[in-house]
Design a protein around this ligand. Sequence first.
Ligand code: HXC
Length: 517
Amino acid sequence: MAISQEVLAELARRRAEAKAGGGVERQEKRRAKGLMTARDRIETLFQPDSFQEFGLHAEHQTRHFGMEKKSLPTDGVITGIGYVDDRPVAGFSQDFTVAGGSLGKVHAGKICDVMDYAMRCGMPIVGINDSGGARIQEGVESLSGYGQVFNRNVMASGVVPQIAVIAGPCAGGAAYSPALMDFIIMVKGSAELFICGPEVIRAASGQVTSMAEIASAEAHASVSGNIHFVAENDAEALGIVKRLLSFLPGNNMADPPHRLEADLSVGEDPALNDVLPADKKMVFDVRDVIARLADGGDFMEVQAQFARNMVVGFGRVGGVVVGFIANQPMVKAGAIDIDASDKGARFIRFCNCFNIPLVTLVDVPGFLPGVNQERGGIIRHGAKMLFAYGASTVPKITVILRKAYGGSFLAMCSRDMGADLVFAWPSAEIAVMGAEGAVNVLHRKTIKEAENPAAMTAELAAEYRERFASPYLSAGNLFVHDVIEPSRTRGAIALGLRGLLSKRELRPSKKHGNIPL
Ligand code: HXC
C-alpha cells in the first residue's frame, strides 16, 4: 500500500514545525543580534547534508504550570551525528528560542542518547550550550537530567574527546557539564558562564561585581582558566572546534590523524641556530621555536591567555600529531607556578588519554618563589606536572633549550620522569640549581671576603656552569641522548617520533592513580 500524499504532507508539516524551533520571529531576532540559531550552528559545524538528527519529534511530558497546552519543539535541543572533515562527530545544540533552551527530562534524555551513541561508536562529542539552565516547571526531573548528563561526561572522559561551546548563558550547576568536558570554547559578548551571578554574590557576601568580571569569555580565558579558547562570534567558535578535531582521534583506541609521509628526511633549519639571544639573561618567545618545529608552522595554542609562563598546544612534526609543552621565558622567566602546573598537567593528561605524543621544550629556572605560591600549595600543584608526565605512556621527547634546573627540570619530563628521548642544545644548562644560587651556597665565605664580591660570584658561577651544568656532563651520564645543533631539532624529533609510534608500555594494573588535586 502506497503512503498517501496526506500522510507525507503531515510528516513534512511536523518536520517543518519542529525545525522552526521557537518560531521564525524568535529566530530572526537572534540573527538580527548577530547570533546564530541552534540549527545554524549545527549546519555550520557539520559538512553539508551529513547531519542525521535524532529526536526531531521529541516533546516534553510536563503536566504542570499549564505546560500541557504548550509544545516545545525538539524539547529545546537539536541532537544527532554529522561529519567534520569526513569523520563522524556527535553533537547537540541547545535552542534558546524554545523555553530559553532550558533542560527538562526529555531534553536531557536526548543529550544522554547522543552521548551514549558517541561512546558506543567511538566518536567525539561537541556540545553547544545556550540555556537558561534547569527547566523550572520540571523541578527535580531537570536536576536528575543534569545528573544523567554529568555522569555520562565522566564516563566519556578519556574514551572520546568532549568539546563544549558556550554560545549563550550557561549558569549554575549547568556549568559543570562543560567543566567535565575536555575543552571549552566561549563566544565573546553573548556567552556567560558562572555558578553564582552578581546578584547572588551581592546578596550572599556583599561583594559588588559584574558579569564581565566573573562570567565573560575574557575573564575565564585569562583569570579563572576555566576555558581554553575565546571566539569573536559563533562562526569562529565552530571553526575552532573543527581545527581542534583535526588533531584528535575519534576515541582512545584510535591514533590521532597523523599525516605520515614516506620520506623520513625532514632536513635542517639553520634559523633555529639563531633563535636564542646571545645574552643568557635575555628572553625569547618560545612560540617562535614551536612555530619552526611544527609542520608548516601550524601550532594550535591551547589556553593562550592563561598561565602564559607555560605554553601548550597541538601541532604535527613530520606528520605526527603531538602535544607541545614549553616553558615561556617571556613570562615570569618561564618559572613554573600554580596555574602553569595545573594547565600543563591537564594538557599532558589529555594527550595521554588520546595517544598524542608529547614534545617538551625546556627553559626553566625553577618553581616560582613566593609566599602566595607556597601558601597556595605549589607543592601540591607542581606535583601534578610530575604525576602527569610519570603516568603518561605515550611517546615523550624532551628538548632542553637553555636552563633546566632542579625539581622544575624533572617536572618538565627529564629522562628519569619517563622521557623516551632527551635532546639538549649546546646552550643547555642542566643542574641541581642555577649557577649564581649554587656558588652563593657553596662559596658564601669566599664571596663575602672577596675584594669584589660580584666579580668573584661571576667567576665562580662561570666555573660552576662549565663543570657542573654542561650538557655534555649530562650526556656523559646518559641523562641526555644527544647534544644537537638547534638546526637539527625538527629532524631529531620527527625521526624519534616515527620510531616511537610503536611504543607500548605496560603498567601495574590499578583502578587509577591518585594525582594530587
Ligand atoms: C524555564 C526558562 C528558563 C528556565 C528561561 N526560560 N530560563 N523557562 N526554565 N530555567 C524561558 C523564559 O521564561 C522565556 O520564555 C524564554 O525562556 C526566554 O527567556 P528570557 O528571560 O526572556 O530571556 P533573556 O532576557 O535573554 O534572559 C535569559 C536568562 C533568563 C538570563 C537565561 O531567562 C534567566 O535568568 N532564566 C532563569 C535562569 C535560572 O535561574 N536558571 C536556574 C534554574 S536552576 P518565554 O515563553 O517568555 O519566551 C538550575 C540548577 C541546575 O539551573 C542544577 C544542575 C546541577
